[in-house]
Design a protein around this ligand. Structure first.
Ligand SMILES: [Zn+2]
Length: 213
């Protein structure tokens, strides 16, 4: 992926050059970064960050596409590990438990895996904290909402997720993980479900975000 150069024996999925030149956001070095700002006034978030910027046709989009649709789970693990190595040096290392945004069960059946799971595994390995999958489940499909009013839609999204591993989550500082963050609506709905569990503190991490959030 990336420059399409043949890989050396010690390289996986992507060459060292491309890996060293990924478009990182450096959000984790920035308080009040653009990802944290998405959730201002909506959620109590300890820290939030995205690892990379994606652009149409760029290398990040290619990697995430292969992770999501071509069973390249190793790409997710690799990105999770790289991101985790950065986060381990920051206040993010204070987290206790890492959980993915769940995939709707119809999609899960069709695809066979949640693309966030390998990202979570990579993060867990690099930060040295445990993970829990799945920790949330989708209570309903969020399709066919177009005929509903704004408030009804909001209510519907709010109650889309439910924490299923309440005992493991209670009292923890949870890192919620998604592959891409755009509007933050899905992350917000998951986060609300996690924050209903007693004494949870919440941080958010995604692999990629658009260049201008
Ligand atoms: Zn390359």
């Amino acid at each position: 992926m990336g420059c399409e150069a043949p890989l050396d024996a010690d390289e996986e999925h992507i060459c060292k050059y491309c890996l060293d030149h990924l478009p990182t956001t450096k959000h984790w070095e920035q308080t009040n970064n653009p990802i944290e700002q998405i959730f201002w006034g909506k959620l109590q978030v300890v820290s939030a960050a995205s690892y990379l910027y994606f652009s149409k046709g760029g290398i990040v989009q290619e990697m995430l596409h292969n992770l999501k649709y071509n069973h390249q789970l190793g790409v997710g693990r690799l990105l999770g590990k790289r991101f985790g190595a950065e986060l381990a040096k920051t206040p993010f290392s204070d987290i206790d438990l890492i959980v993915p945004v769940p995939l709707h069960k119809d999609k899960l059946r069709k695809r066979g895996y949640n693309q966030c799971d390998p990202i979570v595994e990579g993060l867990s390995e690099a930060i040295g904290k445990e993970y829990c999958l799945p920790a949330l489940k989708r209570t309903a499909s969020n399709e066919s909402q177009t005929r509903k009013g704004r408030y009804e839609r909001w209510l519907n999204v709010k109650s889309l997720f439910k924490a299923v591993e309440v005992e493991r989550i209670a009292g923890k500082h949870v890192l919620l993980v998604d592959d891409v963050v755009t509007t933050g609506a899905t992350l917000e709905a998951c986060a609300s479900a996690l924050l209903e569990v007693p004494d949870v503190r919440l941080s958010i991490a995604s692999i990629a975000c658009p260049a201008l959030v």
